[in-house]
Structures are given as structure tokens and as C-alpha cells.
Write a protein that binds this ligand. Sequence first.
Ligand code: 5GP
Ligand code: ZN
Length: 114
Amino acid sequence: PACIFCQIAARDIPSTAVFADDELYVFPDIHPQAPVHLLIIPKEHILRSVADMAESQTGLLGRMVFRAKLLAEEQGIADQGYRLVFNVRHHGGQEVDHVHLHLLGGQVLGSLVG
Ligand code: 5GP
Ligand code: ZN
């Protein structure tokens, strides 16, 4: 497949698997913006962006958020806090059109909206 995240989930492009199950794959961002910067993706290319989400996909997106919460605990950043980011399309800064959730933490994060 041409999609880089499909190739990562399929292990055609190497990455460190931080978590994997039947549905989700989690790996470190290649250009980390914080001490912890993980990307949580569905293994299958079933959704490009939150902007394309159907109501039937709320379960999937909810499991992505819940996995981020569990990984934040595992990474030791939950107590001090972290940020979850979905960049959406061009103005949102989305560069990879395979839906993904950023988990960022390990330091005080600058904010656009805080
Ligand atoms: P976006 O801007 O689309 O929300 O985020 C895409 C993220 O994917 C970026 O933070 C970028 O650093 C990361 N990324 C792009 N290509 C690769 C890659 O080949 N490997 C890994 N691990 N991360 C990548
Ligand atoms: Zn894909």
C-alpha cells in the first residue's frame, strides 16, 4: 500500500511496537515533539480523518482514546498529565491521511488553546 501508516502497521516499514492488538497499533513518532510522543492508529486503513468519521466508528475512536489513557499510565506520564491530539485535514496540520491519535507528554506542553 502507498499509505505510510498502513506500511508501518503491516511491519513493511520498521518501527518499535509499543502496543498491538487485532485492531490497533502504537509506535513512537519519528519526530517526537515531547519526551513521550506516540501515535495510535487502526491497523486497517478504514478512516482517513476524524472529518470522515461515521457514527458507527465511535467505538473504534473510543478505543483509541482509551488505549492512549492506558499507555500514558504505562509510560508514567498520567499523574502529571499529557495531551491527546487529532490533527484534522490541512488547516489542522494533518500530514498523514490514515487516522491517528497523538499521545504527548513528559514535559509541560505549550498550548494553542490553553
Ligand atoms: P499529522 O501531522 O498527520 O497529525 O502527524 C503525522 C505524524 O507522523 C508526524 O508527527 C510525523 O512525525 C509522523 N511520521 C511521519 N512519517 C513517519 C514514519 O515513517 N515513522 C514514524 N514513526 N512516524 C512518522
Ligand atoms: Zn493507511
